[in-house]
Design a protein around this ligand. Structure first.
Ligand SMILES: [Zn+2]
Length: 272
């Protein structure tokens, strides 16, 4: 499933294609959304924003299309009226004079008004968005909250109510960068350690957003490329690198399962 960085990158691409222009043609696959086709035609697309793993396209007149890709949803951008070769099924099409934004196979598409956004089961319950946060203040508030402070990081970092946009690869990467073991809880950490994990959560997520999914720092990536390593080798600190040496300490990275999802740990950098 795409995580926050990927959804924010997707929002940027969709915004570039159809943002600020009038929608010439709109098509919904779902019968119950068909009535909105007429209402949204010839209406300007004002905003395209990611919220955690959800995407919201705002139209003139305070009408919004919310979508969540879940496992299979995928956006394509094409020249107006053209379609990609894919076996996926088209769920939503928004076309302006020049471009089409096409959403395939997403299971969640809704049309909302401004007031229903504030009651929306996903949008109204998610925590601070890690790509959007400008400082660690909101993240520290979550870490100190009674709601979260006694749960393990392995569970917290998959809970969108804790931090929106963090998913499975970011969970392993943030914890390794902060030097925190996934079974530790916020309540067991010092203020200094809490600050470190809050900083890592933002730094790693925002780096992935700016560097197309890469979570390692630029200098390491440059060295790795020079040495002939592939993206698979240098993309992440630990995720997907089981039995390979940790870039920081040389220890062997181990793969485990927590919360039903794979997780990667360096037991030297991340002591329990
Ligand atoms: Zn290590």
């Amino acid at each position: 499933m795409p995580e926050g960085p990927e959804i924010h990158i997707e929002a940027d691409i969709i915004r570039k294609a159809i943002g600020g222009t009038s929608c010439r043609y709109i098509h919904f696959f779902h019968e119950h959304l068909k009535p909105f086709e007429k209402a949204l035609s010839d209406t300007k697309v004002e905003t395209v924003e990611a919220y955690g793993k959800g995407l919201v396209i705002g139209f003139e007149g305070d009408t919004y299309i919310y979508s969540h890709n879940q496992l299979y949803g995928k956006w394509y951008i094409t020249q107006a009226g053209e379609y990609p070769r894919t076996s996926r099924s088209l769920r939503l099409e928004i076309q302006n004079e020049h471009m089409s934004a096409l959403l395939y196979s997403a299971s969640e598409i809704e049309v909302l008004q401004a007031d229903s956004i504030t009651r929306h089961p996903y949008l109204s319950t998610i925590g601070p968005d890690v790509i959007r946060c400008e400082n660690t203040q909101l993240v520290l508030r979550q870490l100190r909250s009674d709601l979260f402070r006694n749960r393990s990081f392995s569970a917290l970092l998959l809970d969108q109510r804790f931090l929106a946009g963090v998913g499975n690869y970011l969970r392993s990467e943030i914890l390794h960068h902060a030097g925190v073991h996934p079974l530790t809880k916020p309540a067991l950490l010092s203020e200094q350690q809490l600050t470190k994990i809050a900083e890592s959560a933002l730094l790693i997520s925002q780096r992935a957003y700016l560097n197309n999914g890469i979570t390692n720092e630029d200098a390491l990536v440059a060295r790795a490329k020079k040495a002939g390593l592939t993206r698979r080798d240098y993309r992440h600190l630990v995720f997907g690198r089981e039995q390979k040496p940790c870039y920081q300490c040389g220890g062997i990275i181990e793969k485990d399962r927590m919360g039903g999802r794979r997780i990667y740990i360096c037991n030297i950098c991340q002591k329990e």
